[in-house]
Design a protein around this ligand. Structure first.
Ligand code: ATP
Ligand code: AMO
Length: 466
């Protein structure tokens, strides 16, 4: 009887057993008219199958059929497992299947727009081949993204999105275990939630509306509604107008909001514990995936400490000044200064993950609580991996009159957020929270230089397809 099994489960223990596997025709190599090798791939595992007229009663016609398969077609292979004398090169499974029958379940088109092994090649491989006088095709990013369905079949991409899935899982597991409630806030809202112009506007049955720039207003309103601690994993929309390596027009936000007793450090404590557990768990659960990513895009494992370093913005500015970098002490750090500070922190403290807090109030959103001791600064923070921002967070203003005043001062039309401001008139506890960009976490944890690599179907100012 035939054993239905998976490519990844094919071991030498199955020797002489007849098996049925389903997978893709990864590569096809005919040898003369009487033999054809077919490598079948499933979930990143590969096995070599041999269709030969000398064995299993295979006809010449059958060999021709195998030889003529289009790559990436879906096939069912029935055959007997054998263990070859010499190790098989280039497949993950160390057995071979002697094909008895083969069905093409659904065929792929003959010449795919990109080849998996071209898309899976590392720059180093291409350079080495060049040195040896051989030219290997390089698939550029736009082509990859245009044919993303094929591109995401590469081992590195399979790894990236399995890691991404784990980031979301670990986030949810940790927060549920800390008594947070998962919420789902509306993505169609009346106005901008972050201030600024990067908003997608739309017509909501005759009323002006927009796509939520964050769940900010509604996560805070949920706190006013007596959920002490909430989180959300959801889509965030930003009408960014410039094309950068780290901005998308739609990304996944991991958002947290919680009551606090006294100090915004309680929010930073959650960030600290969550992310140390996150990194430990990723290293543990995603070993294979991280290896697959590193094989194509080499990177050093992230350096982090069991207790996350916290620096004040003023301390950060001083470190930059000492290194000869001029920055506005009450302005924001630009991308270059953030990177430089990341380097300085690594040299001085040996970590690539740290929190910078007490930002100047002027560069934070209207809902941010000023510092009690100095209103030029605020009870807020950003969190960095390898010198790039992954999180913004803060204590929020919970006094309605002050909130309205700050919104106005920041140029926001208070009418568009009146229900939000009113929420604080019904009694609101002190609270704070933060927002994480999922794609940025994966990009920076894996040292990838472009956020399009960690977005399954990225939306940027130039792309809304596929
Ligand atoms: P966030 O939206 O959380 O603040 P961010 O990474 O966009 O994340 P910002 O504080 O907006 O951070 O900006 C930090 C720096 O990043 C800016 O000083 C600017 O140099 C650069 N930057 C931000 N947005 C853009 C953009 N759309 N295009 C180009 N550069 C940008
Ligand atoms: P902020 O605007 O800093 O804060 O966004 C939070 C985090 O989201 C990510 N991010 C982005 N990722 C991809 N493409 C973008 N265009 C983009 N913009 C931001 C970053 C950033 O750190 N409401 C606050 C959070 C809070 O205080 O709770 C907010 O939205 O990783």
């Amino acid at each position: 009887s035939v054993v239905r099994t998976q490519v990844g489960a094919l071991t030498q223990e199955l020797k002489d057993k007849e098996v049925l596997i389903r997978g893709r025709a990864h590569t096809i190599r005919p040898v003369g008219k009487n033999m054809a090798f077919l490598v079948v791939r499933k979930k990143g595992f590969t096995v070599q199958c041999l269709a030969a007229t000398q064995s299993m009663g295979v006809s010449r016609q059958m060999v021709k059929f195998v030889a003529g398969l289009n790559r990436e077609s879906i096939v069912d292979v029935i055959g007997v497992v054998s263990v070859p004398g010499n190790p098989i090169k280039g497949t993950t499974q160390q057995v071979e299947i002697q094909v008895r029958k083969l069905y093409c379940v659904n065929k792929a088109m003959p010449n795919l727009p990109i080849n998996i092994e071209d898309a899976a090649r590392s720059d180093v491989e291409i350079e080495n081949a060049l040195q040896a006088g051989e030219q290997l095709p390089r698939v550029n990013q736009d082509t990859r993204l245009n044919f993303r369905v094929i591109d995401i079949r590469t081992p590195a991409n399979q790894g990236i999105f399995r890691i991404q899935s784990q980031v979301g899982n670990i986030f949810r597991q940790f927060l549920l275990s800390e008594d947070f409630v998962e919420i789902h806030t509306p993505k169609l809202i009346a106005g901008s939630s972050e201030g600024g112009s990067a908003v997608f506007k739309l017509d909501y049955k005759g009323q002006p509306a927009c796509l939520a720039q964050s769940p900010q207003l509604h996560k805070q309103m949920s706190i006013c509604g007596d959920f002490d601690r909430v989180f959300e994993i959801g889509a965030v929309y930003r009408a960014e107008d410039s094309y950068t390596h780290r901005h998308l027009c739609e990304f996944t936000g991991l958002d947290v909001e919680m009551e606090i007793e006294k100090h915004y450090s309680e929010v930073m404590d959650i960030v600290d514990r969550l992310f140390v557990i996150m990194f430990d768990s990723l290293n543990e659960r995603c070993e294979k995936e991280l290896e697959a990513v590193a094989r194509q895009y080499p990177f050093e494992p992230l350096k982090y400490k069991p207790n996350t370093l916290r620096l004040t913005f003023e301390e950060g500015v001083q470190m930059l000044k000492d290194a000869g970098v001029e920055v506005d002490p009450l302005g924001d750090l630009n991308t270059e200064a953030e990177r430089k500070l990341g380097q300085l922190v690594l040299e001085k403290y040996g970590t690539e993950f740290y929190i910078l807090h007490r930002y100047p109030l002027a560069v934070r959103p209207f809902y941010t609580m000023p510092c009690y001791d100095n209103s030029l600064y605020s009870n807020s923070f950003d969190v960095f991996i390898r010198g790039e921002e992954i999180i913004s967070g803060a204590q929020r203003i919970h006094v309605p009159e002050f909130l309205a005043e700050r919104a106005q001062a920041c140029g926001i039309d208070v009418n568009t957020i009146s229900t939000y401001i009113d929420s604080f008139r019904y009694g609101a506890p002190p609270h704070g929270g933060f927002g994480v960009g999922l794609e940025r976490v994966v990009m920076l944890f894996c040292g990838l230089g472009n956020i399009r690599k960690t977005s399954l179907f990225p939306r940027d100012p130039q792309r809304i397809a596929p």
